[in-house]
Design a protein around this ligand. Sequence first.
Ligand SMILES: [Zn+2]
Length: 135
Amino acid sequence: MSGLTVDQYAEENNINRSTVFRQCASGKIGFYFDGSTRMIKGPKEEDEFLFNKKNALMEFEISEYREEDFISKDTILCPHCAAVYPSEHLHRKKVLTCGICKGVFTVTVEVIKSYTTIIKGERLTFGNQFPGEEI
Ligand SMILES: [Zn+2]
């Protein structure tokens, strides 16, 4: 079955194209794509990195991600393949290379300003508490 096209595989197995893509991405049928529409048995004869990269990109292709899914998020997502990256040590804008797909992207750290005010000295109204606070 090596070297089949997606359409050939879909027809032989009586399934539609998106099901073929989904099954390849999940590793369910043991095939991946060679960068076009050919399916090749894997990953034994191919580098594992390329196998993972192709599957990640293919999975992204059939996902429903939109541009806004990568804007102002609490996690860092590769905009090429949606791989998740830890963010604890990132404090400024940085260019990253994805470990899964080798895609290059810029991460901008967005800080939302917030303010806290505390009375200095004595409160000027309502004794020593806020109007909404009851004893
Ligand atoms: Zn990536």
